[in-house]
Design a protein around this ligand. Sequence first.
Ligand code: GLY
Length: 341
Amino acid sequence: MDTIFVKGSSRNSRILVGETMDKLPEYMPGNHVFIITDKNVYDIYETSFPRFPVYTLKPGEATKTPDSAIDICRWLMDNGGGRDAFILGIGGGMVCDMAGFVASVFMRGVAFGFVATSLLAQVDASLGGKNGVNLDGYKNIIGTFNQPQFVLCDTTMLHSLPADELKNGLAEAVKHTLIADKQMFQHILNHAGEILALDEALINKLVRHSIEVKSAIVGRDETEAGERRKLNLGHTWGHAVEKTDGIAHGQAVSIGLSFAAKLSEKKQMLSAGDRITINELLHSLNLPTETDTDPRQIFRALVRDKKKEGDHIHFVLMNGIGQVTVEPLSLSELDDFIQTI
Ligand code: GLY
């Protein structure tokens, strides 16, 4: 088991990689604990949960609303939750977001921790201290920056994940290597098959690596004033593809990473060879690099999404594998580029 520390403004957080859920009592109080989970996780793992009251959410992003958060606060009150409550989120990104948000606002904030059950949650969504709920279909409009006391990443739980869910996490893990670590990129390329087969040592290494990259960046820029924007690599285009195609986040991010590589090559920052290798790696993990949707339609979705930012957006470009830079990019330059692909 490895422990990685994240420095946050609200508190420091411990990420426990390769720790098992039965060790939870070592990390949290012995009473006043309230568990938030979703139905999928509950059905598989309920018998391993610590014996505390459980609130079970309907799975899926549509549940992440202010109304659900208020329902949970009511449930906490009905069950005697007070200032000394400890909220334990057991689940993927949605559950961690909800649990972190409720813990941040209930009684003006109570302590909380997560058991991250999906690969996406372990390599990305449970880390970083951002939490929030959606408003009228717009993502994370109401939220806070607040670090959990701990995030427990039990990688044995990944065996119960559907293949698509696994891909969501793999795309974010590849993103972290593209941002910061060429060697790890190569390592994934060399071992893609074993990673897909969930080889325990490789998966633990991959999860630990992602956590190290993200925690280091968040530790330097928790509130995304600068460097944290690097973590949006692949996401500007990816989010737009997610909207137009309605595909899973990881697949859209993978297409977004490939797009960012193509644009970086066009701007003579990335070699054609590196771009091809990036696509190779994504394919070796069964991740897509293209969509049949007209790029102009994706561009329109991107503009709708980014309209608050004016006519320039912060775009994360690659200067090679393992190195990125955030540059202001005008929407008209992006539009011109799109006409060429
Ligand atoms: N909790 C997700 C993040 O902070 O990025």
